[in-house]
Write a protein that binds this ligand. Structure first.
Ligand code: NAD
Length: 465
């Protein structure tokens, strides 16, 4: 979903809310239309877009000027919060879209944060460590009036990690001597005040979104009564039966970084739901084996090399049996569940009919276009949307930020258990609504719950006159 599609969905949901009798205790249709119209205006647009050019002195090649962004969408539910990505495809409208999605995601999961996002237009692989360190520090210098523990709290995202965040915290501390600094960023290393399990949290939450649906939620609901969304229900029933009757669910994972590799490992190790990870990919290659891949060996390789093995020789050395296919083939190999954990806009009008998976899990932000989402919905497939799926990271970020305030440390088990409990609560609210109506997509249902909350906060804060 691009920015325009996100804005159109906000508009659409706000129109539905304004038609709802009794919404916000407003009696007349006219009052509701006025209030919802104001909320629509506020939530479709961003509070602040800041663009700057970071100047980096290259080790061998003069000076580069690199576009960098921080977008603050809305803070009605708490301080602005959102990652910073280092990626060569970063654009202003992409960062704006991701900032809007952060506000919606935090509201959906009832976190006390608003939404923001940052981006730097670089391919980190083309820069030395020293240059990346300079870019990270300059980012903090350039955006210093706009970030801080009580205002806007960045975190890692695509192409950034705890090392880069530690550098940023170091710079923040230098710029603001004597001030508290640990809450200024989340996703720090554990030694530097980070939460244990932060790196794994998004991948674990992503995995839980479908595992919990097919296993726990389905089992609970199947004993109760008929749901209304019959196409998706049949899909779920078939997957549940496949696993119960000693078959294996086939899982394909696009992207093998922080999110994808952890989700793949969770699927590989799970004892509750029988699965085989048949395909994994990164930006270079897809590895495929219909009998299942040795995910732990691939993960160990990925940890050292920051990529998947991509030659027969590397696979032999690892003792991993796999066919080497093109990067894009991960989308079209036979699978039951496709976890999208790479970048935006992967399934769209041109390929939506060629993807055989039955459940689509958006670990990445915005990997499925609005048109493809609608098509998949109409064909009985289940699309679990990004704002529901990939919130594990921001939930743990919240715990990390809280940790910095109470100056106490949570154990890894406490953090992962808390994250899983919070996500499961939201899954239940969304799945219960989605399967018992036939009206709209699951993404629409998530937007509905989030926008209902945001509008209510805006109204109570007196912002909608
Ligand atoms: P990462 O940089 O660790 O890994 C990204 C993976 O995707 C790598 O394997 C890379 O090779 C692959 N990739 C990159 N471009 C690709 C392309 N064009 N085609 C196929 N594969 C490609 O990033 P990450 O932290 O795992 O994040 C992945 C996605 O999840 C992003 O969309 C990010 O915004 C989203 N996300 C991440 C977090 C988090 O906590 N890390 C939280 C929420 C959302």
């Amino acid at each position: 979903m691009n920015r325009e599609e996100t804005q159109a969905l906000i508009e659409n949901v706000m129109d539905t809310l304004s038609d709802e009798n009794g919404f916000l205790g407003l009696r007349t249709e006219e009052e509701r239309r006025e209030v919802c119209g104001s909320a629509k205006e506020i939530l479709k647009t961003t509070d602040k877009v800041i663009k700057s050019y970071i100047r980096v002195s290259r080790e061998n090649n003069g000076i580069s000027r690199i576009p960098a962004y921080r977008v603050q969408h809305n803070n009605i539910s708490g301080f602005y919060k959102g990652g910073i990505r280092f990626n060569e495809y970063v654009t202003e409208s992409e960062v704006e879209n991701l900032a809007i999605l952060m506000t919606i995601k935090n509201a959906l999961h009832k976190l006390p944060f608003g939404g923001a996002k940052g981006g730097v237009h670089v391919n980190p692989k083309e820069f030395t460590d020293r240059e990346l360190n300079l870019i990270a520090k300059k980012y903090v210098q350039v955006f210093k009036p706009d970030i801080g523990p009580n205002h806007d709290i960045p975190a890692p995202d695509l192409g950034t990690n705890e090392r880069i965040i530690d550098w940023m915290v170091g710079e923040y501390k230098t710029i603001h001597p004597g001030e508290s600094y640990l809450g200024s960023f989340t996703g720090k290393s554990v030694e530097n005040g980070g939460a244990k399990g932060r790196r794994e949290s998004t991948g674990i939450g992503t995995y839980l979104s479908y595992q919990w649906m097919i296993n726990d939620w389905f089992t609970d609901i199947a004993e109760q009564d008929e749901v209304e969304r019959t196409g998706q229900w049949e899909t779920l029933e078939a997957l549940h039966d496949k696993h119960r009757e000693n078959g294996y669910l086939e899982v394909a994972v696009q992207g093998f970084g922080n999110v994808g590799s952890v989700a793949a490992k969770e699927a590989f190790q799970d004892k509750k739901l029988k699965q085989r990870v048949v395909a994994v990919s990164d930006r270079e290659v897809t590895l495929y084996n219909s009998d299942g891949l040795a995910v732990e060996s691939l993960d160990a390789f990925g940890f050292t090399h920051q990529r998947l093995p991509n030659t027969e020789k590397e696979l032999d050395e690892l003792d991993v049996k796999a066919e080497i296919l093109d990067a894009g083939d991960v989308l079209t190999v036979e699978s039951d569940v496709l976890i999208l954990a790479a970048v935006e806009d992967q399934i769209h009008r041109d390929n939506m009919k060629d993807v055989p998976a039955k459940v689509f899990v958006e670990g990445a932000n915005a990997p499925i276009s609005q048109e493809a989402d609608q098509y998949l919905e109409e064909t009985g497939k289940i699309v679990i949307p990004d704002i529901l799926v990939n919130a594990g990271g921001v939930i743990v970020s919240y715990l990390e930020w809280k940790q910095s305030r109470i100056t106490e440390e949570y154990s890894e088990d406490e953090i992962i258990d808390e994250m899983a409990a919070q996500m499961t609560k939201t899954f239940k609210r969304v799945y219960d609504t989605y399967f018992y109506s036939t009206e709209q997509s699951m993404r629409y249902g998530c937007f509905y719950l989030a926008l209902e909350r945001l509008t209510s906060l805006l109204y109570k804060h007196g912002k909608l006159f």
